[in-house]
Design a protein around this ligand. Structure first.
Ligand SMILES: [Zn+2]
Length: 240
């Protein structure tokens, strides 16, 4: 495997190779945002091919896809699995700051752990406080003798019903959390594993690609150029 590596000045301007004709996509796949055609500068887009009933995922130049060979004549389609493999090997081999990969993986795991339930718990607690404040306001009005009593009864009943619902939801969330203790210890273990591992990535990961890579240029069917954030540029072979 022959690779070429250069380090650019950290003061270099942002590579204009990364600006595509279509502008930036904000999509599901990290590669949609960073991969450009070496021939015409258009973005690359993910496509599903159906070959004799078998699904096949490939990445193709947008211009080639939209206009055939009119503007872009030579650009190759790349099989996603081979592309991912090439990117992965480049990250493993050239990204010299292994610690930051570990930090990224850890923050990802932690985010997944905190998850939705924490957010929901906070929202419910906020609403409970709001109800409490509103009730206090009404009590002030009662004291001042400016409220119709019947209307108040109804309002207090509404508060009470909502509060009951919120509290039972809170309780359910707490129970969920305690069941999740098991899960939590597995996650703690996973975090420790990340710490003690050599941090060789074994699976392609969109999140990491977004954080680490600024741009990928498709040179040919068997070669891409990867520009890491920070400026390191490597030429990486892609399996045929
Ligand atoms: Zn092209």
């Amino acid at each position: 495997m022959k690779l070429l590596m250069t380090r650019r000045s950290s003061l270099r301007k942002k590579s204009d190779k990364c600006v595509t004709a279509q502008g930036k996509y904000s999509g599901k796949y990290a590669l949609t945002e960073i991969m450009v055609c070496g021939e015409c500068g258009s973005a690359y887009r993910r496509q599903t091919w159906n070959i004799l009933g078998r699904k096949c995922l490939v990445w193709r130049c947008v211009s080639r896809f939209d206009n055939g060979t009119r503007y872009c004549k030579q650009s190759p389609s790349l099989h996603e699995n081979k592309l991912h493999k090439a990117i992965l090997s480049a990250i493993n081999e050239y990204y010299d700051c292994k610690d930051s990969i570990k930090e990224l993986l850890k923050s990802n795991v932690e985010q997944a752990m905190a998850g939705v339930s924490l957010k929901e718990t906070k929202e419910i607690q906020k609403r409970v406080r709001e109800i409490d404040d509103a009730r206090n306001d009404y009590i002030t009005l009662i004291a001042a003798g400016t409220m119709d009593e019947e209307a108040l009864d109804e309002q207090f009943q509404k508060f009470y019903t909502e509060e009951q619902e919120l509290n039972s939801r809170l309780k359910a969330l707490e129970e969920n959390n305690s069941i999740d203790n098991n899960k939590r210890s597995r996650i703690t273990q996973a975090l420790q594993n990340i710490d003690s591992s050599s941090c060789e990535l074994t699976e392609y990961n969109d999140m990491l690609v977004r954080k680490l890579i600024e741009c990928i240029k498709v040179n040919s069917k068997t070669e891409i150029t990867i520009i890491f954030k920070g400026g390191m540029e490597v030429i990486v072979p892609v399996e045929k």
